[in-house]
Design a protein around this ligand. Structure first.
Ligand code: CTP
Length: 429
């Protein structure tokens, strides 16, 4: 049986009023159908850990789809349904998303002909999940709103800061959970339990990953590099001999660890200054991770993980251009602004951040940060049409003149539009 306890007080303290209202309303909608409804998984885990989480997952005993349609109707929300899986996504007018799944009443057949067990549908749904800490459910129906259901001692594991699987075949069923265990362990500062740790070693030894597609494996790896601090996870992957999934020669040596720490610093700097400029964190980390490999090896890694052409270009081409650029900049210190601009404007943010992280030259690092903070925004005030108005014959010379103005501007030689016009006059004369 499950341990139950009322957590309404905790919900009131830790969740926003609007979120609480959404959950209450979900329970009321479920009541109109006579369905059981629960908020489950990472959301509940994070409430216990006092971490904010906006991913609301609701499990419905009955029809998740009928529930989602009605909930969407009441809230003026959009709804996408996936009949085949009995799942739905509700998107509220303000963009807030709620995932809905159906828990069907069924019998759980263990793999390998173990006895068939009957379970309540919510329990079965939770039993299929990866780790005990992700199995908490809170009842939403009005008469029992806020009753916490803990079938698998999740509260105990949260208290003990332990990552534990629910049954011994968990990694057989889904080997990507090995990466998830490491990710959660590092994110929460938890420790993978002893039995679970043994099963991970077994999964690695028996190479459970060979039956996984490259794409699925990489998808989980990518999540690790999206975490706040992926460095300890890399060391942990090495403990379990998992880095060989990326490449057999990969080791978290001092240089790699130092570069990872440098990426963390650079990204923090960037995020502080340019909060609203999106980029892919994982791309920066992954470039650093595979930096030791040549073009051909890198290409093989990209292929193995079935990366999209867009990402392959970044790792196989842009990354090498960035390294060449660093070499070039190194030979042109002190760096003129015009050189920084010319060299750096071709690169997207991920590549610039990569360069800042891996360079050992203070001058280059400072140069790139200058480029980020202001050089990239500098433009000429005089444009082609102004040159025309000045009576200059249109042609390739326009590009030449405009480039010369920009260089002079970047190097601080021109301050105003008048300066630029005088500069053009002198230039043609
Ligand atoms: N899950 C699982 N096995 C997987 C992936 C997911 O059992 N390979 C389960 C987990 O129990 C999780 C739920 O599906 O609670 C939702 O998955 P996801 O959104 O990836 O998990 P979160 O715990 O919310 O992780 P995150 O905080 O990183 O979003």
């Amino acid at each position: 049986g499950a341990r139950t306890r009322n957590v309404v007080k905790m919900m009131r303290e830790r969740l926003s009023d609007s979120l609480l209202a959404i959950l209450k309303s979900a329970g009321e909608v479920a009541d109109t159908f006579g369905f059981g409804a629960y908020v489950v998984g990472g959301f509940v885990r994070d409430m216990f850990l006092c971490r904010s989480n906006e991913d609301v997952d609701i499990v419905v005993e009955g029809s998740g789809i009928a529930f989602a349609r009605e909930f969407a109707r009441i809230h003026n929300a959009r709804v996408h349904t996936y009949e085949k899986f009995g799942t739905a996504v509700v998107i509220l007018p303000d963009g807030f998303k709620i995932d809905v799944v159906t828990a069907r009443m069924e019998y759980y057949r263990f793999p390998a002909d173990l006895p068939t067990v009957e379970m309540s549908s919510i329990k079965l749904d939770l039993y299929r999940r990866d780790f005990t800490i992700n199995t908490l459910a809170i009842r939403l129906n009005a008469d029992r709103f806020g009753i916490l259901i803990d079938f698998f001692a999740a509260q105990k594991d949260i208290k003990e800061k332990a990552i534990r699987i629910l049954h011994n075949l968990s990694f057989v069923e889904d080997p990507t959970r090995v990466f998830r265990a490491i990710r959660f362990e590092q994110r929460f500062g938890f420790t993978i339990g002893k039995l679970t740790s043994g099963l991970i070693r077994n999964a690695v030894k028996m190479d459970f990953f060979k039956k996984l597609s490259g794409r699925r494996t990489f998808n989980e790896l990518r999540h690790i590099f999206e975490e706040e601090n992926p460095t300890p996870a890399i060391e942990r992957m090495h403990d379990y001999d998992l880095l060989r999934i990326i490449h057999p020669d990969l080791r978290p040596d001092r240089k790699l660890i130092a570069n990872f720490m440098a990426v963390k610093k650079v990204l923090a700097w960037h995020d502080l200054l340019f909060l609203d400029e999106a980029y892919l964190r994982w791309v920066v980390y992954f470039m650093v991770l595979i930096r030791q490999f040549d073009r051909e090896t890198t290409r093989q890694i990209c292929e193995k993980f079935a990366m999209s052409p867009r990402h392959q270009v970044i790792f196989c081409k842009d990354r090498f251009l960035a390294d060449r650029c660093l070499f070039y900049l190194g030979r042109n210190i002190p760096l003129k602004n015009s050189i920084l601009y010319r060299e750096l404007s071709a690169f997207r943010a991920e590549l610039l951040l990569y360069m800042m992280a891996v360079t050992r030259s203070r001058a280059i690092k400072k140069g790139i940060s200058q480029y980020f903070t202001h050089l990239r925004h500098i433009t000429t005030s005089v444009k082609g049409r102004d040159l025309k108005a000045m009576g200059i014959e249109p042609g390739p010379v326009y590009r030449e003149i405009l480039d010369a103005i920009l260089d002079a501007r970047l190097n601080g030689k021109l301050r105003s539009r008048d300066d630029e016009i005088n500069f053009v006059r002198a230039y043609v004369a």
